[in-house]
Structure formats: C-alpha cells, structure tokens
Design a protein around this ligand. Structure first.
Ligand SMILES: Cc1cc2nc3c(=O)[nH]c(=O)nc-3n(C[C@H](O)[C@H](O)[C@H](O)COP(=O)(O)O)c2cc1C
Length: 225
C-alpha cells in the first residue's frame, strides 16, 4: 500500500475480532511510528500498551464510572464544539451516519447509551495504546507531536491488516489508567488508540466520513491564476 492509499484508506474502526495482536507487531508499529517529527526532536510521547485481563479490568472500571455518571475529566481540557458552527455540523453529520448504520433511532436512549459505552471500552479491541507525556513538559505544545505519532500508528497499523480508533473516551477517567495500567501520576494521559483486526461485518465499520473540498479549506497566496 502506498502512502496516499494508506492515508485515504485509514478510517476509524469501532469493532474488532477477538484475535489478539501479537506483541512483536505492536513493537514494529511503535518503532516505525516513532519516526514522527517532534519539536526539537523532543519525542514527548510515551506508550502504554494494554491487553488481556488488565484491559478488561480497565474497560469494566470505565463503565462503572460512566454508569455512576461521573463526569469525564481527561487530562486534556475538553469542551463541546461551538453551537451553530461548521465544526458542530460535521460532528452531527458523522453521528447521523453512524447512528443510521447502527440502526439507532434518535429517541432510543438505551441504544444510544450502549453505543456511547463502546468507546469507554476501547470498542472491545484486543489491545489499547495509551499515549502519555511527562508533566514536566510545557503544555500544550507536545500535543502537536503526539498527534503526528498517533496518525503514524494508525497508518502503520494498516500495513499489518489492523484497524484503529483514536478514542478520547478511553482516557476520560485518567485515574483508571493510573491505577490499572500503572501509568505514573507524573504523566499526563493524552489519548488512547484501540487497535485490532477489524470486524468488517460490524455496520459502523462501513462508515466513510466526509471531508470538505480543498477549495473550502485552502487559501492560495501568490499563485498565478
Ligand atoms: C483526538 C481524537 C479523539 C477521538 N475520540 C473518539 C472517541 O472517543 N470515540 C469515537 O468513536 N471516535 C473518536 N475519534 C474518531 C473520530 O470520530 C473520527 O476520526 C472522525 O469522525 C473521522 O472519521 P474517520 O477516522 O473514520 O476518518 C477521535 C478522533 C480523534 C482524532
């Protein structure tokens, strides 16, 4: 797969087969993904890769928090998208696409809750990559670098037939990851990535998210007509 094809093919995968991801493949993915650029080559990323019983314990603990209505409090401050904005319009659009594929009617709160819970369980992936950074690093600049390495992981995963979903939901309760994944308190937990072999029969995995046309997102300066 060439680079352009990989970038075009990558999509969020929200259900996986039960097949475990071999540790040596995850090692190769991290090794190549960490070729990502970073400011001053600071390489602010740290990876905690969780699988097996411990991942199941984390899933359960996240769901307990969610059910108890504990407000999510990720280390990265989060806020809803501005009302009546293009950003919010795009968010609604992808949600509608996913709900349609998953046959979740707007008013079906039970189905919606069940759907939302999936992200807090890393979409039942056999492994989750949690990326953190040291609290000593001036924040938020390293987030830029961690974005690069995150995309690299998602692209490299394709080479091994793996699918990924980047998930804010998986880091909504950092204390769960500190406790069970043994991520030290001195680390800021930035993002999680569910990773595994895609279940292509899962309706939401058929989604193709939309993008704006180049002319709507680009300003050309100094080019001859
Ligand atoms: C920083 C970040 C956090 C995300 N968190 C979630 C999440 O918690 N749950 C989820 O279902 N998708 C999550 N996504 C996936 C986005 O919804 C997805 O990338 C977007 O809708 C575009 O779809 P695509 O990845 O299939 O191209 C996240 C993506 C990013 C970049």
């Amino acid at each position: 797969m060439n680079i352009i094809e990989a970038i075009r093919t990558r999509k969020s995968i929200r259900d996986f087969t039960a097949d475990p991801v071999p540790q040596h493949i995850l090692t190769k993915i991290i090794e190549v993904a960490s070729r990502a650029p970073s400011a001053e080559n600071s390489q602010p990323w740290e990876f905690t890769i969780v699988a097996g019983d411990i991942l199941d314990t984390i899933r359960k603990a996240n769901i307990e928090k969610l059910k108890s209505k504990a407000p999510p409090h990720p280390d990265l401050p989060a806020k809803g998208l501005p009302r009546d904005s293009a950003y919010r319009r795009r968010q609604i659009e992808i949600a509608k696409q996913l709900f349609h594929l998953m046959d979740i009617p707007r008013g079906d709160l039970k189905k919606r809750d069940r759907w939302m819970a999936l992200g807090f369980q890393y979409f039942n992936a056999p492994a989750a990559i949690v990326i953190s950074m040291d609290h000593s690093l001036y924040y938020p600049r390293p987030i830029f670098d961690i974005g690069s390495v995150t995309q690299n992981i998602c692209l490299a995963a394709l080479h091994y037939g793996l699918g990924t979903c980047i998930a804010n939901q998986g880091i909504a309760y950092p204390e769960v990851l500190h406790e069970f994944a043994k991520i030290p308190e001195s680390k800021r937990i930035v993002i999680s990535i569910a990773i595994g072999y895609p279940n292509w029969d899962f309706p939401a995995n058929k989604v193709v998210s939309k993008r704006e046309p180049v002319e709507d997102i680009t300003t050309w300066v100094g080019f001859k007509p």
